[in-house]
Design a protein around this ligand. Structure first.
Ligand code: SAM
Length: 213
């Protein structure tokens, strides 16, 4: 789904070796392109969890704007060990987003991911029908995010993936979704889901597709 270079974006080994040398890389879009969509939902006192942080500047951009209660998760221990020493003003936790086992229930006001869900699906042959294992990964990730959010907390996903390939899975897991599009030329998407809200199927109908299998 990302490129045809043969890189395995689902593999911890791939990311560990990449983060040994790579200083910074921004997937999807730079912060300024979507900052208004994101910060309109945030309060300075919010506890914010970013999953699959990578070496993006997103958490530093948020800190510069006064959002200081930031926790970053990635399954790459190379990245987390390096950043925990380099940036002690934030929390860095090595964890897998499919379980978030080191994060307590109901503990964050906001969960953010940018291009991390896509890395789970990077080996899929078709964007129309995911393999059973990819679907299981997606479901367990969404369940883990719901578990760690406080009641009424918000999950914000910044993504390459158009709604037609994303909203079905969110609705299946009982998330209501607000969809925004952004970007000049190439278009990207911001999905916002609030814990506790049930899907508004009338609103979402245009994004839902019938599974013909
Ligand atoms: C495509 S990169 C996106 C990085 C960053 N969010 C950005 O926007 O630039 C995917 C990131 O997710 C991490 N990742 C992939 N699968 C993960 C998993 N199962 N649990 C936690 N992190 C994961 C990778 O190590 C990598 O840092």
């Amino acid at each position: 789904m990302f490129d045809r270079s043969g890189n395995d974006y689902t593999s911890k080994t791939y990311w560990d070796s990449r983060f040994e040398t790579e200083e910074t890389f921004e997937w999807v879009a730079d912060f300024k392109q979507f900052s208004a969509l994101l910060t309109s939902e945030l309060k300075p006192t919010d506890k914010i969890l970013q999953i699959g942080c990578g070496n993006s500047k997103l958490c530093f951009e948020l800190a510069n704007l006064g959002f200081t209660q930031l926790t970053n998760v990635d399954f790459s221990s190379v990245l987390i060990d390096k950043y925990a020493v380099k940036y002690p003003e934030m929390a860095w936790i090595c964890d897998d987003m499919r379980s978030l086992e080191h994060i307590p229930d109901d503990s964050f006001d906001v969960v953010i991911e940018k291009a991390t869900i896509e890395s789970l699906l990077a080996k899929e042959k078709s964007v129309w029908t995911f393999s059973d294992s990819a679907q299981a990964d997606l479901r367990s990730t969404l369940a883990a995010i719901r578990r760690v959010l406080k009641p009424g907390g918000i999950f914000i996903s910044i993504s390459f993936t158009p709604p037609y390939f994303r909203v079905n899975y969110l609705v299946e897991q009982e998330w209501d979704v607000d969809v925004s599009e952004f970007g000049d030329g190439f278009h990207f998407y911001c999905y916002k889901m609030r814990k506790g809200l049930k899907p508004d199927l009338d609103k979402l109908e245009r994004f839902l597709r019938v599974n013909k299998n």
